[in-house]
Design a protein around this ligand. Structure first.
Ligand SMILES: Cc1cc2nc3c(=O)[nH]c(=O)nc-3n(C[C@H](O)[C@H](O)[C@H](O)COP(=O)(O)O)c2cc1C
Length: 191
C-alpha cells in the first residue's frame, strides 16, 4: 500500500515534522511504502483564480505542483502535517490546498471525482500543533482539511491535534503524542 506523507511546515525538524516522521515509521512498520514530500522543498505559485481548470479538472500552471499532484491523485492514504499559523494552516500548506481547486472542479463541475481515477475513495489524515491553549485553535484548520479531503474525494479519517507545543521540537517532551502518531501510522495501513 502506498502512502503519501506531506510535511507542511517551513520549520525543518519542528513539531509537525517529528509527529509525521513517527506516523511514517508506524506505517512502514506495518508494511506500507511511504513517499515523503516536504512542501518547503517545492516551489509553486498560489492559485491565481484563472479558471483554467474549469473545463479540464487540471491546473494550467506549470511548476512543482505537477510533482505533488501525482501523489495527491494516486495515493489511497495521505497524511498531512501542518502547524497552526494565525488560526489556520501555514501559508505553504494553504497554497498547496488552494491549488487543489482543480480537483474540486473535477468533482463538482465535471462530475469526475478523483476516487474514480484512484480506484478507491481513500483516507486522509491530519497532524497539527498549535503554540497556544485556545479552545478554538484548530477550528479553521479542521474546516480547511475537511474540504481539502473532500476535493480529493477522500474520507477525512482522523486527526491528532496538540495544543501548547511551541518551541522547535518541544513535542519531544510529549512521548505520548509521538506514540499516538506512530500508532496512527500503523492503524492507517492495517485499517
Ligand atoms: C507565523 C506564526 C503564526 C502562528 N500562529 C499561531 C496561532 O494562531 N495559534 C497558535 O496556537 N500557535 C500559533 N503559532 C505557533 C505554532 O503553531 C507553533 O510554534 C508550532 O509548534 C509550530 O509547529 P512546527 O514546529 O511544526 O512548525 C504560530 C507560529 C508562527 C511562526
Amino acid at each position: 500500500m502506498n502512502i503519501t506523507a506531506i510535511y507542511g511546515s517551513p520549520r525543518e525538524g519542528g513539531n509537525t515534522d517529528l509527529l509525521l516522521a513517527e506516523f511514517v515509521r508506524g506505517a512502514r512498520a506495518a508494511g506500507a511504502e511511504v513517499a515523503e514530500l516536504a512542501l518547503r522543498n517545492y516551489h509553486f505559485s498560489p492559485c491565481i483564480e484563472c479558471g483554467g481548470c474549469n473545463d479540464t479538472g487540471s491546473c494550467i500552471l506549470k511548476d512543482d505542483m505537477d510533482q505533488i499532484y501525482l501523489y495527491l491523485r494516486q495515493s489511497p492514504i495521505i497524511c498531512l502535517a501542518a502547524p497552526v499559523f494565525f488560526y489556520s494552516v501555514n501559508a505553504a500548506t494553504k497554497a498547496m490546498i488552494d491549488r487543489c481547486q482543480c480537483f474540486w472542479t473535477g468533482k463538482y463541475l465535471l462530475k469526475k471525482p478523483l476516487s474514480r481515477e484512484r480506484g478507491c475513495r481513500g483516507k486522509g489524515y491530519l497532524l497539527s500543533v498549535g503554540g497556544t491553549k485556545g479552545q478554538k485553535v484548530f477550528d479553521c484548520v479542521m474546516l480547511t482539511m475537511k474540504y481539502f479531503y473532500d476535493a480529493l474525494d477522500m474520507e477525512f479519517a482522523h486527526s491528532l491535534l496538540y495544543r501548547q507545543i511551541d518551541a522547535k521540537a518541544a513535542i519531544l517532551n510529549h512521548p505520548e503524542a509521538l506514540k499516538e502518531a506512530y500508532e496512527l501510522g500503523m492503524t492507517a495501513v492495517k485499517g
